[in-house]
Design a protein around this ligand. Structure first.
Ligand SMILES: Cc1cc2nc3c(=O)[nH]c(=O)nc-3n(C[C@H](O)[C@H](O)[C@H](O)COP(=O)(O)OP(=O)(O)OC[C@H]3O[C@@H](n4cnc5c(N)ncnc54)[C@H](O)[C@@H]3O)c2cc1C
Length: 415
């Protein structure tokens, strides 16, 4: 049955994160946009304490899901009828609000991050336990994922970083670029190949902990948007990693690449939710000025030919945000219910990536030269928006994934 009603916990999380975004993140959003690469130390600590005390992490749904399942098992049998906690949906709802406050700062919030999502997607039960303990521990920590290299981005099978077996260790060599959280990360999930001749089966993901000799954060990227987020180049030079850090273990030949690719089923809905948060920030800003304060009336019941231009523009924006949100919630909800969501996750990401660009640009257009000024956050949101059609797979790649799923084509048949 389709049910759009949010649970009391979800409503509470939405309200809490919205207030946090409004009161804590918005006031410092401009500062950390202008002072790129300055670590928001106080914000990181405060946010970690705040969310830890609430007992759930917003960066990963699956970690919380595991905890929930354990608790459920420990409780009495009558509790079996309790609806499963929808942690991915809860995450999408919360992340939208946080990104409404500031998407760059949202990416600075400690938690499992992309690295944690990869561990949950491809790790053995022992690895999940071991590494998640670090990522959702008592001190702020963050998990990054290092896939992209100077030679490729979209085509993950082109990994050139090498992993050479040496007794109980693998020796990693290569360069990873555009690693989100690359400076603050406590661990990195590094994708490397055991040998080009092995093709996809040879691509594995390794957890490399901060401080491992041979792992170096080489430089920070200067960016157009999400400037509060630390995006780094990470170099691996004869970096020795124990075989226990190979996600999925050595025997599961297939799980490595496929498992790591499943990371995106969990993270794309979250990225889409962030994009919606930015779109809504721009929408709310001009709505407040034109409608709430400016007296513009949006009459939903009027026939199209009787409506003014601005009315139709606001309606169009609202429809796009809602459509995008529904796709995103569906993709997250499917994951919560262990349904394959590859297609839906890509649909959500493709739609949100387009919507956020359109809405932030339209908001500036409507606001006139003021919209272009740094006195308002509209221009920042427009810059922040662009990356949502780039990282975690570009818009074109999402459309390819969706097309393959609908048409039942393989990678080889449609590329
Ligand atoms: C701010 C930021 C943060 C990032 N964070 C991370 C991170 O944490 N970890 C990580 O590993 N990477 C990260 N990335 C990298 C990001 O995921 C890649 O940039 C992205 O996957 C695109 O890869 P590319 O830049 O190499 O583009 P390319 O693959 O070179 O693509 C260039 C253009 O060609 C298009 N294209 C490529 N192939 C096809 C095709 N088959 N059909 C149609 N069009 C195609 C693309 O859509 C794009 O428009 C980040 C990037 C940015 C900008």
């Amino acid at each position: 049955m389709i049910d759009f009603e949010l649970t009391p916990i979800m409503k509470m999380a939405m309200e809490f994160t919205h207030n946090y975004a409004r009161d804590v993140m918005r006031p410092i959003a401009r500062k950390y946009d202008e002072e790129e690469h300055k670590e928001p130390t106080e914000f990181i600590q405060k946010t970690h304490e705040m969310f830890s005390s609430m007992g759930f992490s917003f960066s990963t749904a699956r970690a919380g899901e595991e905890k929930e399942e354990k608790e459920e098992k420990a409780e009495s049998s009558e509790k079996h009828s309790r609806p499963k906690m929808e942690m991915n949906l809860l995450g999408a709802i919360s992340v939208e609000e946080l990104a409404w406050g500031c998407p760059g700062l949202t990416l600075r919030i400690p938690g499992p991050g992309l690295g944690g999502a990869a561990i949950m997607a491809a790790g053995t039960p022992e690895q999940k336990k071991r590494f998640m303990k670090v990522l959702v521990g008592s001190k702020p920590s963050y998990g990054a994922m290092a896939l992209t290299e100077p030679g490729f981005g979209s085509d993950a099978s082109a990994v050139a970083t090498t992993a050479v077996k040496d007794g109980d260790y693998f020796i990693l060599n290569g360069t990873k670029i555009f690693v989100t959280g690359g400076d603050m990360a406590d661990l990195y999930v590094v994708w490397a190949t055991l040998g080009k001749d092995l093709g996809r089966a040879g691509i594995k993901a390794f957890v490399v902990e901060k401080g491992t000799p041979g792992l170096k954060m080489a430089r920070l990227e200067h960016k157009l948007g999400i400037r509060a987020s630390d995006t780094a180049e990470v170099v691996l030079e004869d970096c020795r990693v124990h075989k226990d850090n190979l996600l999925g273990g050595e025997k599961k030949e297939e799980k490595g690449f496929k498992g790591a690719m499943q990371t995106f089923d969990a993270t794309r809905p979250m990225v889409a939710a962030m994009a919606i948060g930015i779109a809504r920030a721009a929408y709310d800003y001009i709505y407040d000025d034109f409608v709430t304060k400016g007296g513009l009336e949006i009459n939903y019941g009027k026939a199209l030919h009787k409506r003014g231009y601005l009315e139709t523009v606001f309606e169009d924006m609202e429809a796009k945000i809602n459509a995008s949100r529904l796709l995103t919630w569906k993709a997250a909800w499917m994951l919560d219910h262990n349904l394959p969501n590859l297609k839906e996750a890509s649909m959500a990401k493709a739609k949100a990536g387009t919507v956020v660009d359109e809405i932030t640009q339209k908001a500036i257009e409507l606001y006139g030269p003021e919209g272009y000024s740094r006195r308002h956050l509209l221009e920042k949101w427009m810059r922040d928006a662009k990356v949502y059609d780039v990282f975690e797979g570009t818009g074109q790649i999402q459309r390819l994934v969706v097309a393959r799923a609908i048409l039942d084509y393989t990678r080889k048949e449609l590329k």
